[in-house]
Write a new protein. Structure first.
Length: 149
């Protein structure tokens, strides 16, 4: 369903490498957060036409490719089977091990509902550590209570 966005994401990765740009640099130039920018470039978010044009100009993409960046995606880029990439698998493992704990703690604090992945922010940063640098991911999603009707 997302073939055009997925193919464009691969092209963007090649352009990013060729231009020697980081996600932080691309994000700053188009005016968005690095996590959102990367997700949009890899086909999981839709850009406004203005942002898509800025991104296309920066990365040497065509007008048609800018339209693909602005198109609403079919979200979810992973297969339904357990992921095999070791880094992505660790996130699957986190959800498998801690998912019920997160659910219990969130619902104890907020009630019956979910954490939005639509009204949502995420940051990723390197944390220096004497035993080896650490990955720090901060997620903040709006709480949405289940409606009773």
């Amino acid at each position: 369903m997302n073939d055009a966005k997925t193919a464009l994401g691969q092209k963007i990765l090649a352009q990013k490498k060729q231009l020697g740009l980081s996600w932080n640099e691309i994000a700053a130039r188009i005016g968005h957060a690095p996590v959102w920018t990367c997700a949009a470039c890899l086909g999981q978010m839709s850009m406004t036409p203005e942002t898509a044009d800025k991104t296309a100009d920066l990365l040497g993409l065509s007008a048609e490719e800018a339209e693909i960046l602005a198109a609403i995606p079919y979200r979810g880029s992973l297969p339904t089977a357990v992921p095999t990439d070791p880094l992505i698998y660790r996130f699957y493992e986190l959800v498998s091990v801690y998912g019920t704990t997160w659910k219990e703690l969130i619902q104890e604090e907020f009630g019956d509902g979910i954490m939005s992945a639509i009204d949502y922010d995420m940051t990723l940063e390197r944390q220096p550590d004497q035993k080896g640098d650490r990955v720090k991911i901060t997620m903040s999603g709006k709480f949405l209570a289940y409606k009773r009707y």
